[in-house]
Design a protein around this ligand. Structure first.
Ligand SMILES: [Zn+2]
Length: 259
């Protein structure tokens, strides 16, 4: 055989056997490996770490195809653990935010498209691999994935977790990242900030009363980036913290509880 491939040792790929719906999954393999999942080639760190998310409604198993320099393609399977998704009734929401008139619906669509664009970057930073910290201390007042019924009308499942805290409470970066979106006044989500933790993993913070960072700011875990509020479609002051792997929404609570 010609070439150096034979000299590069194979490295055991590490992945959990199971993962919950809404989980962020971190794996490890050869740093020079190609890792394919869900139509993407995942970015691999110089330490061989890669990450992906499992959607709320994913079932069965996920399959990753990994090729290390010294191996053929190998399939790795992670079984998905299903969860229960309770129904949550939320009443007293301003009707115009539940069934907005066409002009407002158009505005919402435009604003959401800007937020989505901020979440599809594939950045080399590695904040996603840190142990995440709570952005504010408080009671969980709304869980990820719950089926939400606003004023009696069923809407999309809750896309993040809500933490009850008074208006003005500082919001701290749960992990290192770069600010990729900051707007004090979106119609539905009010003061909105997106933090990119790398490899497609991002946090979004909604209903903020104040934003202390601007797009392009590189922040460290624990840095104050904003303040809790009740702007946009909110019934009271709280921090809505959503997380994504690209366009797949994941559960921040599972990220916090990772071992
Ligand atoms: Zn929320």
């Amino acid at each position: 055989m010609i070439g150096g491939d034979g000299a590069i040792p194979m490295r055991a790929t590490r992945l959990p056997a199971t993962a919950s719906q809404g989980a962020m999954v971190i794996g490890n393999t050869h740093p020079a490996a190609t890792v394919d999942y869900a139509g993407r080639t995942l970015r691999v760190t110089p330490y061989g770490t890669f990450v992906f998310g499992i959607g709320r409604d994913a079932t069965g198993e996920v399959v990753l195809r990994i090729k290390q320099p010294a191996t053929a393609w190998i399939e790795h399977r992670v079984a998905i653990t299903p969860r229960d998704w309770p129904v949550e009734n939320i009443n007293g929401v301003p009707p115009a935010t539940v069934d907005p008139p066409p002009a407002i619906a158009e505005r919402i669509e435009r604003e959401q498209a800007r937020v989505v664009a901020a979440r599809i970057r594939d950045d080399a930073r590695t904040g996603f691999a840190q142990a995440f910290a709570w952005p504010v201390e408080g009671r969980i007042s709304g869980r990820f994935g719950n089926q939400r019924v606003y004023n009696g009308t069923p809407k999309s499942p809750h896309s993040g977790m809500d933490i009850a805290a008074p208006t003005g409470t500082p919001v701290k970066a749960p992990a290192d990242g770069v600010v990729t979106f900051a707007d004090p006044g979106l119609y539905l989500t009010g003061g909105t900030l997106v933090l990119d933790h790398g490899h497609g993993i991002s946090s979004n913070f909604l209903h903020l009363s104040r934003i202390d960072a601007k797009v392009g700011d590189v922040v460290k875990q624990g840095d104050v980036i904003a303040a809790v509020g009740a702007t946009g479609r909110a019934t009271g002051p709280h921090l809505h913290w959503g997380m994504n792997w690209f366009d797949v929404r994941i559960d921040p609570l599972l990220v916090l509880e990772r071992k």
